[in-house]
Design a protein around this ligand. Structure first.
Ligand SMILES: Nc1ncnc2c1ncn2[C@@H]1O[C@H](COP(=O)(O)OP(=O)(O)OP(=O)(O)O)[C@@H](O)[C@H]1O
Length: 324
């Protein structure tokens, strides 16, 4: 096996990093395969993805690469991180919205569904307009809209998805059921509206509750880091690339970041992202804060900006002039 750790950003840098809407738009080179070719997360080819792994397996590092890659593009980034935002808050300057607990998530998700429905209305309106040129095709998604009418794509990042499913009371249960229904709708219909899901967690099986397996079936891109048992690897890969389950179970704890990526073609590969520090990823988000698109519906959910760290503390005391 090629030592994935030794191959770094140089290979990934060679992959085109688009800033606006060119050919590589919505593609993020995020890791390297064993044969040293880049593994590229391509949202238009595989709209929704599920990334699973035990604690300390490398999920955050993987997500960090995705965010750093998307931050440079004309995309709205929306986060749900019910671990009080500890994973996603460092990227706040580049986030259009952030929910840090299930109550906020329950407010944010219907807004995203509303955004999706508005985009469907826009597509329908355009279908009713006579084509301006003979070769203009009827569109069924945002990509066929004229560029000046096309809404900005939205990537919804959900960290530790199980937190959304946990319930203690009957009221929690109702809220959970609504959120799961909204996530399933976004996964079923989001692609045409340019809304993509990136879901991460430790496990994602039927034991999470109603709707979990239905939602998982819609997340057709799969990345499985080291897991604690075969059942977890099967949750990630069993339904799409069963032969990859054994490879995922063989990932050793001393190789954090190593993962098995599969998709509905049945193909799979071992991948590993290069190391990217949280500080560097957060700096990329700060540097690209001006790319946060104007989406009025999401304004109430815009996160507070973390204070920019200063390199050295400044003394407020003025030194007295030295007197001989
Ligand atoms: N590709 C990688 N190369 C080198 N080190 C890595 C890689 N991925 C992860 N690590 C290291 O492994 C440790 C755990 O990684 P990470 O925080 O991404 O795991 P995690 O699955 O998100 O854990 P948790 O669920 O507990 O948050 C970190 O110290 C990180 O620096």
């Amino acid at each position: 096996m090629v030592e994935l750790r030794l191959i770094g950003f140089d290979v990934l840098r060679k992959v085109r990093m688009p800033r606006k809407t060119g050919g590589g738009f919505l593609k993020v080179p995020v890791a390297l395969r064993e044969d040293a070719t880049p593994f590229v997360r391509d949202y238009r080819a595989i709209p929704h993805q599920l990334t699973l792994g035990a604690t300390l397996s490398g999920k955050s590092m993987f997500l960090r690469h995705l965010i750093a890659g998307l931050a440079r593009q004309r995309v709205a980034l929306v986060g749900i991180d019910c671990k009080r935002g500890v994973e996603l808050a460092p990227f706040a300057p580049r986030l259009s919205a952030l929910a840090t607990d299930p109550v906020q998530a329950a407010e944010l998700l219907p807004v995203l569904v509303g955004l999706m429905e508005d985009r469907y209305d826009l597509i329908k309106t355009r279908q009713g307009i006579a084509p301006s040129t003979p070769d203009e095709e009827i569109t069924s998604d945002i990509w066929g809209l004229p560029e000046d009418e096309r809404p900005v794509p939205v990537v919804l990042l959900v960290d530790e998805v199980a937190e959304l499913f946990l319930v203690a009371t009957r009221k929690d249960e109702e809220r959970r059921d609504e959120m799961v229904t909204q996530l399933i709708r976004l996964a079923q219909l989001g692609r045409a509206a340019g809304i993509y899901l990136e879901v991460c967690g430790q496990r994602f099986g039927a034991e999470l509750g109603k709707g979990a397996t239905m939602l998982r079936a819609q997340l057709t891109g799969r990345v499985c880091h080291r897991v604690n048992d075969e059942a977890s690897a099967k949750m990630a890969l069993g339904d799409i690339a069963p032969e990859a389950v054994g490879a995922a179970c063989a990932i050793a704890p001393e190789r954090p970041g190593l993962a098995v990526a599969g998709d509905t073609s049945g193909g799979w590969s071992r991948i590993r992202p290069p190391h990217l520090s949280l500080a560097d990823a957060a700096a990329i988000c700060r540097d690209h804060a001006h790319l946060v698109p104007d989406l009025p519906a999401l304004k109430p959910f815009r996160p507070d900006m973390p204070a920019v760290p200063v390199s050295a503390p400044t003394s407020l005391l003025k030194p007295l002039p030295a007197v001989e």
